[in-house]
Design a protein around this ligand. Structure first.
Ligand code: CMP
Length: 139
């Protein structure tokens, strides 16, 4: 089925001008960018977005990093978009990411791993509405 998923190009990647190269990987995989904006999160907003990880030891590091520079938040649409995006991103830890994936090519560490993608239909819905209104999604 056609799905939508929330993607974030993280500060380590925007800092290195990798937005275009990362978007090319999404588009080459058949994912359409139906919404996109470059924003700067506060640490508090990053904490709200990653609330599910609040008890993890890396929560402070994660939210500080996500607020350390601009991010590009985007909605990707396509057949099986959630799983397809996760394939294109590669494993969370770049050391485990398959060759050719975004994290294998660009990520610097498990924390500074260039991209985020929703992991399931329910979280995709929540994460999309965290950043976008329906009016901003242009299929
Ligand atoms: P992401 O898909 O954005 O979801 C949660 C993020 O937490 C994950 O990518 C990683 O960037 C980050 N993360 C996971 N494990 C660690 C860790 N051990 N140290 C720092 N950050 C981590």
């Amino acid at each position: 089925a056609t799905e939508r998923t929330l993607s974030i190009i993280k500060p380590d990647a925007t800092k290195r001008n990798l937005t275009g190269k990362i978007n090319a990987k999404f588009e080459d995989a058949g994912l359409r960018i139906v919404a996109q904006k470059r924003i700067q999160l506060t640490q508090d907003q990053a904490g709200q977005f990653y609330a599910v990880h609040k008890e993890r030891p890396f929560f402070g590091e994660l939210t500080e990093f996500m607020a350390s520079g601009p991010v590009v938040v985007q909605v990707l649409e396509g057949e099986g978009a959630i799983a397809k995006n996760r394939e294109v991103m590669g494993a969370t830890n770049p050391a485990d990411a398959a060759p050719g994936t975004i994290r294998a090519e660009f990520a610097e560490s498990v924390g500074e791993n260039s991209v985020h993608g929703s992991d399931a239909p329910e979280t995709a819905k929540e994460e999309i509405s965290f950043f976008f209104s329906g009016l901003e999604l242009v299929g």
